[in-house]
Design a binder for this molecule. Structure first.
Ligand code: BG6
Length: 293
């Protein structure tokens, strides 16, 4: 289907009624709903839906860099480009059946991209929705150049939460992190689950492959499973920064938390002919509480 800018979108529907919507602009997942039709990803009410910039929300891809350096756009160009449907997708693993629906997208550098980042690559992205509503994204980046190249990567994921002050992250305790609010200085997280009471912009290093985001008020837990992505970016702009972003509502920081499976501290060095793969799987499960009443 087309959006109102005439950009193609692909809607995936599981037999039980979960759905996901993927835009060819950026290869961005712009919606993910559970069987009850509840939206699980945040999209800003002020999001700018018109290219060239990625819209504020959903899951966008950071490639080939995290942050802002050199001639490249902030967080790389992949999220701002038009992707195409991949007509030669990689084979589906035989254990991938069971009512899974997916779309395969492809990004190749344009002439302009090559001026800022002179490396030939093929980036294949598969977005799948499983029978149980889990959302999976698999990225395959192949070096089709004659020389090696390095890159960083993230699945920039805006989770929808009821109230940021009721949310906590489990799985990042005791890890080292780079603090983007202090020139990427390195700190060590203390023992407790991470909670939020001010702006946070950190890259947690060498994290376990499962991280959980617990939304106490909504009684929902997001489970993030990742492969090939050692780091996790945690970002919430809080009040002051929200007011500086034109495509983000002043109060919307309360309803979202970005938790990104990422590879940042040690960029990949990919040799000619080599392929790098990374996978992210998201599930949203109702939390079971030991009753406190
Ligand atoms: C996060 C970064 O991943 O993305 C933040 O850690 C940044 O530093 C944020 O502000 C949003 O970036 P952008 O380019 O989408 O506004």
């Amino acid at each position: 289907i087309k959006d109102w800018n005439n950009i193609d979108q692909v809607v995936l529907r599981s037999p039980r009624g979960a759905s996901a919507r993927v835009s060819l602009h950026g290869g961005q997942v712009i919606s993910w709903r559970n069987e009850r039709g509840e939206e699980l990803l945040f999209t800003s009410s002020k999001a700018i839906l018109k290219p060239p910039k990625a819209m504020r929300g959903g899951i966008s891809i950071y490639f080939p860099q995290f942050g802002n350096c050199g001639m490249l756009e902030q967080h790389g160009f992949a999220r701002n480009r038009m992707w195409s449907i991949d007509n030669e997708p990689p084979p589906t693993p035989s254990n991938d059946g069971n009512g899974k629906v997916s779309v395969d997208l492809l990004l190749k550098p344009s002439e302009d991209d090559l001026k800022c980042w002179p490396h030939c690559f093929e980036f294949r992205l598969r977005v799948s929705l499983a029978m149980d509503g889990n959302l999976t994204m698999v990225s395959r980046i192949r070096n089709i150049d004659a020389k090696p190249f390095s890159f960083s990567f993230a699945y920039h994921t805006y989770l929808s939460v009821s109230d940021i002050s009721e949310v906590r992250i489990e799985g990042l305790e005791t890890l080292d992190y780079l603090d983007n609010l202090c020139q990427r200085e390195r700190f060590t997280e203390q023992g407790d689950a991470i909670t939020f009471e001010s702006e946070v912009d950190r890259v947690y290093l060498g994290s376990p492959n499962i991280v959980a985001v617990l939304d106490h008020e909504k009684k929902r837990t997001f489970v993030i499973r990742k492969e090939g992505l050692p780091d996790v970016v945690v970002w919430n702009p809080w009040e002051r920064k929200s007011k500086t972003m034109v495509d983000f509502g002043d109060e919307e920081y309360k309803q979202t938390l970005c938790v990104d499976g990422a590879l940042i501290e040690r960029p990949v060095n990919l040799k000619p002919g080599e392929e790098w793969t990374a996978k992210l799987e998201l599930s949203a499960i109702p939390s079971t509480y030991c009753s406190d009443h």
